[in-house]
Write a protein that binds this ligand. Structure first.
Ligand code: NOJ
Length: 761
């Protein structure tokens, strides 16, 4: 019997064995029978092969036959591959696995589909500023539709690492600082990727990462150690991972960092006690890139074999790139662990339908019709404009008239490759517009766009090279003066200056930690010169993180934070700056005034010496800075619109919540008294006033995004239930203490109305 026949027989027998049961139990039985029979045929080497996830490198169709990886696949030493783009190449490699390996077990193909595939959505931090669960689910859905049309059935997303430290470049890939916001959006993302059924050919298995706490590295330096108490972990950092497990995420990626001195990759408390025993996770855990090998640098293992053994025993199932688990074939004490990990991976492959048809994600018709469609691009444009945050708009500088003469200036104004933002592996930048093209299209026949680059990203070519890797280079070799003169010349001819400045896409992202978050030198100097022209300046701030905008906030009339808006950035920016769409985004992370404040979050715990309420100036012997206010420049939840939104008075229908009356309603009226239709994100925060252990001064517990036509008003009603009052003890137990709570509602985490609520038994 050849391998295809034998796999088919196993598949058929397992189907028959499952016939006696019914419903989903029957499906589970069939799957178990299938996996049992298959594993009974596998050698220990083949089982370990399933745990091996090498990177594909530059395999392309044709080369696959002769590459080293092809040999390993034939020998049954590969379980999956990742970041290989193109269903043709994937089909060819899958063919080697299915037709040329002894048992013909199909490979799983993964990719970092982080914020879209060829249709690129804004970076995750920007997506989070929409506070729009449906939009986030749609991002997941369209990403899955496109990626599964091109051979990919597994994505390394969502990333749910809470981050309160803008120095860390990977904050760009996160949903921000708040565990409730991140949990809610992450669940929606998983739902979008996986739908209700992984075996649907348009579903893609999600992988929540990086488990755990990766977003809290000391000093904001990537890959660095993390030090947190269990109390902080349970309440401030772990909830989003748990939320995705509850949402049925298929896989988990262990993080690079240590947790309590033990690398997450071999941390059995994280990978087994918490993830599986407490939270009931049933899928498989993959390491991060070479993380098993990196355990030698951590100093936790003397050699790769030992590192692999520690990881496997701790609950890690799949090894990304280290080739360490392959070394564990000769220890009978490990067989049980190997079986367990192998089973989890085969189960995932079964759930994805790969045994039924290994080529089900390589459908050339779908490749043609599902990817980068106009409808997907329209959706991406909508999400992008929803993600922009208007930080300042003095004297209604925005929106601009299309009839104007606009001087578009800055290093981000005419660069195609930088629009998608970091970690857009499948992007096809040449098919996206530059900002210049987007604005020109928008004003066609009405106004004029004059363009000058004005300056490089920074004076330092070495720093600029680091910040524009992977084909995003944009350096101009003209002199500083020549670039500047050109910009000043066009600025003087214009009605308004639109400055497209800030970070390039690789200034944030992986291994892009920064210690200085102010506007890079060359751009800061140019902005000062442009201000001297006396023309109004609209700053479109591109960045993958919160940056420091003190000078800009004081000196420029309008600032729109545009992050990196994905493939449709250009049109989305035009929609907003010309008023076809009123900005509605609210910050998912605060913008600090100084790097010295980091890490910072509105969800902080009070000290014994807090500043007096409402004050933000230095007081001796009080917890504050001598040279900077405590508050951020722009708080969490902040964002302006073009219209005027007036909040009425907060009311509670009763002042006591008890187990008997179960819920209290909080209501507030919001009125649009301005000229533009707008969306508003009304936020509800809660504080437990007296509690041991102490609780944060405010925690987001609910929000509502409402639409208000000009002149319209709506009463927003929140239902407060006891579960919104609780927290985890340092032992991980959920508790809801009785006593006094503050219910706070408003437009952002700073501007809140407050009422007291009593919670009784
Ligand atoms: C390393 C990153 O930390 C992780 O997020 C990513 O999924 C892997 N590389 C694979 O590309």
């Amino acid at each position: 019997m050849n391998k295809n026949t034998s796999l088919f027989v196993i598949f058929a027998v397992s189907l028959m064995l499952g016939l006696s049961s019914c419903g989903s139990k029957s499906t589970a039985n069939k799957m178990d029978n299938f996996v049992d029979s298959l594993m009974a045929q596998m050698t220990i080497e083949e089982k370990l092969g399933q745990l091996n996830l090498p990177v594909t490198g530059d395999i392309v169709t044709g080369q696959a036959q002769s590459s080293d990886i092809a040999g390993a696949i034939r020998a049954g030493r590969v379980g999956g591959l990742f970041n290989l783009k193109g269903s043709e190449a994937i089909r060819e490699i899958q063919r080697i696995a299915v037709e040329e390996s002894r048992l013909g077990i199909p490979l799983v193909f993964g990719m970092d589909v982080i914020h879209g595939y060829e249709t690129v959505f804004p970076i995750p931090l920007a997506i989070a500023c929409t506070w729009d669960e449906q939009a986030v689910e749609m991002v997941g859905r369209i990403s899955a539709l496109e990626a599964t049309a091109d051979g990919i059935c597994w994505t390394f997303s969502p990333m749910v690492d809470i981050c309160c430290d803008a120095r860390w470049g990977r904050i760009a890939e996160s949903f921000g600082e708040d565990p409730y916001l991140v949990s809610t959006l992450a669940k929606a993302m998983v739902k979008g990727y996986q739908q209700t059924d992984l075996s649907d050919t348009t579903s893609m298995m999600a992988c929540v990462k990086h488990f755990a706490l990766y977003g809290a590295p000391e000093g904001g330096r990537d890959y660095n150690n993390v030090e947190l108490s269990r109390y902080r972990m349970y309440n401030d950092y772990l909830p989003p991972y748990r939320a995705t497990v509850e949402a049925g995420v298929g896989s988990v990626m262990a993080s690079f960092n240590t947790v309590e001195g033990v690398p997450a990759t071999c941390n059995s408390w994280l990978l087994t006690d918490l993830l599986r025993n407490d939270w009931g996770f049933k899928g498989f855990v993959v390491s991060d890139y070479t993380a098993i090998a990196e355990m030698l640098n951590h100093g936790v293992a003397a050699d790769l074999r030992e590192a692999a053994e520690l990881s496997l025993k701790a609950g890690l199932d799949m090894d990304m790139v280290s080739h360490g688990l392959l070394l564990l074939q000769d220890d009978p004490k490990l067989v049980e662990y190997v079986n367990q990990a192998c089973r989890r991976i085969l189960v995932a492959k079964h759930q994805l339908g790969l045994f039924e048809n290994p080529y089900r994600y390589c459908n050339s018709e779908r490749r043609q019709k599902d990817i980068l469609t106009q409808s997907n691009r329209d959706d991406a444009r909508r999400v992008a404009r929803e993600s922009f945050v208007l930080l300042k708009n003095e004297k209604n500088t925005l929106p601009l008239k299309k009839q104007s003469t606009i001087a578009l200036i800055g290093p981000l104004a005419n660069t195609r490759a930088n629009m998608s933002g970091t970690w857009a592996v499948a992007a096809v930048s040449d098919k996206y517009k530059t900002l210049k093209e987007g604005l020109e299209d928008a004003v066609k026949g009405k106004g004029k766009v004059l363009y000058a680059k004005g300056c490089n990203l920074t004076y330092d070519p070495v720093l600029e090279a680091h910040a524009t890797m992977f084909g995003r280079e944009m350096r101009d070799n003209r002199s500083v003066q020549a670039l500047r003169d050109e910009a000043l010349r066009i600025a003087r001819q214009a009605d308004v200056i639109v400055a497209a400045m800030g970070e390039s896409s690789e200034f944030s992202g992986e291994c892009a930690s920064r210690t200085d978050l102010t506007m890079p030198d060359a751009q800061a100097d140019l902005l000062k010169e442009l201000k001297e022209t006396g023309k109004p300046i609209v700053l479109l701030n591109f960045s993958g993180r919160p940056v420091i905008l003190n000078w800009e906030a004081e000196n420029l009339p309008a600032i729109l934070q545009v992050w990196f808006g994905g493939s449709e950035t250009a049109d989305a920016v035009a929609d907003v700056i010309f008023g076809d769409y009123t900005p509605s985004g609210k910050l998912a992370v605060a913008f600090p005034r100084s790097v010295g404040q980091l890490p910072m979050t509105y969800r902080h715990y009070n000290t014994g010496r807090p500043l007096p309420e409402g004050e933000d100036k230095f007081h001796k012997f009080v917890s504050c800075y001598m040279d900077c206010p405590n508050s951020p420049l722009y708080p969490f939840g902040f964002g302006l619109t073009y219209t005027q939104l007036d909040y009425g008075t907060l009311a509670l229908n009763q002042n006591t919540l008890s187990k008997a009356n179960k819920e209290v309603k909080a209501t507030i009226e919001v009125k649009n008294t301005g000229k533009y239709d707008a969306d508003e994100i009304v936020q509800l925060y809660i504080r437990d006033v007296v509690c041991n252990p102490v609780r944060p001064i405010a925690e987001l517990r609910s929000w509502q995004k409402i639409h208000l036509a000009a002149g319209e008003s709506k009463t927003v009603e929140f239902t407060i239930t006891p579960d919104m009052l609780g927290f985890y003890t340092a032992d991980g137990l959920w508790t809801v203490p009785t006593g006094e709570y503050h219910i706070m509602v408003g437009a952002n985490s700073r501007d809140l109305q407050k009422l007291a609520l009593q919670y009784e038994e």
